[in-house]
Design a protein around this ligand. Structure first.
Ligand code: PLP
Length: 386
């Protein structure tokens, strides 16, 4: 099993679409496929001394190698970064938090982030790690940084879509020797590049907009520092939170279209958000791409695109349920970032501090007119039954 020679498409000068279709591909070899198929191997031939890139399937796999290279090229074009793929976003999140901290350390988390963070908090505290929390908005985490080992940022936050100033938080954190990790799930590397904003880690679920088809669970960590990366890689090895070769290959195949998907989905999200601004039945509308959104200025400074998720609140639970039931083109499902629009009444899960009528809406790649018309028709329908 040879280590694939890179094609070198991480050059900073290329456009996102060009970079995406070629990201991570090996050097072209006559009679070989452009994207080699998944390598299904628990072990690799290993006569004599233990040397070479591939020995055992929990440590390395050629299909991961190509995917890791591809994600690294998108997260940090033209840079030499370390990328480590995981079985899921939570595997990647946990790997950073648990591999970089020890008992007695302090970690700062957002209090409005992904719904599994409170579970992780319990686990960190059980290991003797102190946890402080603060909201994402208004850079409120700044006040909690003193003496911390690691700051965890989620911007835009899920599901509330608040945004914080990554550079400002990074500068304050680094002044106190605090490491910074940014959850980049919602923005995807096309929408935001945390390492360029100074973060030590960009961490994400690849389950959402990165792969975009709702058929793969995946996670990743990207960082520049080889020692920080080695700890994350060691964590993957000891907990074994590895993606299957098939999932890794599907993810790489899906990455080729990320720019096309993102363009359409972001445009659709903005169109839906704009249409909702005219509705009297909608309150609490949030989309960082809306010029009137209170996060827009900060978002526009640090993001290259504003994502596919829009959140808003309908008058009450029944109204929200009627809206959901009346949608034809939008599936009632959790998760987000896929090519088929999805939405859900978030309060049905419990856990997030959201009103009963709160809707998290994820714009897919449908034609804009069709999607906006479906949403407006479902709103009218729900309103008429009140
Ligand atoms: C979904 C999500 C995760 C977890 O990802 P999984 O792939 O479901 O494990 C982490 N962070 C954010 C912001 C998410 O939306």
């Amino acid at each position: 099993m040879n280590e694939y020679a890179p094609q070198g498409t991480g050059a900073a000068g290329l456009g996102d679409g060009t970079r995406a279709v070629r990201a991570g591909l090996p050097e072209a070899v006559k009679n070989e496929p452009p994207l080699p198929g998944p390598v299904f191997a628990a072990h690799f031939h290993l006569p004599g001394d233990v040397e070479g890139p591939y020995a055992y399937g929990r440590d390395t796999n050629p299909t991961w190698t190509l995917l890791e290279r591809a994600i690294g090229e998108l997260e940090a074009p033209g840079e030499d970064v370390h990328t480590i793929v995981f079985a899921s976003g939570m595997a990647a999140v946990s790997a950073v938090l648990l591999s970089q901290t020890h008992s007695g350390d302090t970690v700062v988390l957002p209090d409005d982030g992904y719904q599994a963070l409170p579970l992780l908090r319990e686990q960190l505290e059980a290991y003797g790690i102190h946890v402080r929390t603060a909201p994402t908005g208004d850079d409120a985490q700044l006040a909690a940084l003193d003496g911390a080992r690691l700051l965890w940022i989620e911007t835009p936050s899920n599901p509330g879509l608040d945004v914080c100033d990554v550079r400002r938080l990074v500068d304050a954190a680094h002044a106190g020797r605090t490491l910074v990790a940014v959850d980049n799930t919602l923005a995807t590397p096309l929408g935001q590049r945390p390492l360029e904003l100074g973060a030590d880690f960009s961490v994400a679920s690849g389950t959402k907009g990165l792969t975009g088809h709702g058929d793969v669970l995946l996670g990743y960590v990207v960082c520049r520092d080889p020692e920080l990366a080695a700890r994350v890689r060691r964590w993957r090895k000891i907990v074994g939170a590895i993606p299957g070769p098939m999932e890794a290959w599907l993810a790489h195949r899906s990455l080729a279209t990320i720019q096309l998907r993102a363009q359409r989905q972001w445009a659709n999200a903005l169109a839906v958000a704009e249409a909702l601004t005219h509705r009297t039945d909608v309150s609490g509308l949030r989309y960082p791409g809306l010029p009137t959104d209170r996060s827009h200025k900060t978002a526009a400074r640090q993001m290259r695109g504003f994502g596919s998720v829009v959140s808003f609140t309908l008058p009450d639970r029944a109204h929200a349920e009627q809206f959901m039931a009346a949608l034809h083109l939008v599936e009632d499902a959790t998760s987000f970032g896929g090519v088929r629009s999805t939405a859900e009444r978030r309060g049905r899960w419990g856990g997030d501090a959201v009103p009963e009528g709160f809707i998290r809406f994820s714009a897919g790649a449908e034609d804009t007119e069709d999607l906006v018309a479906d949403v407006l028709r479902a709103l009218d329908h729900a309103g008429a039954r009140d």
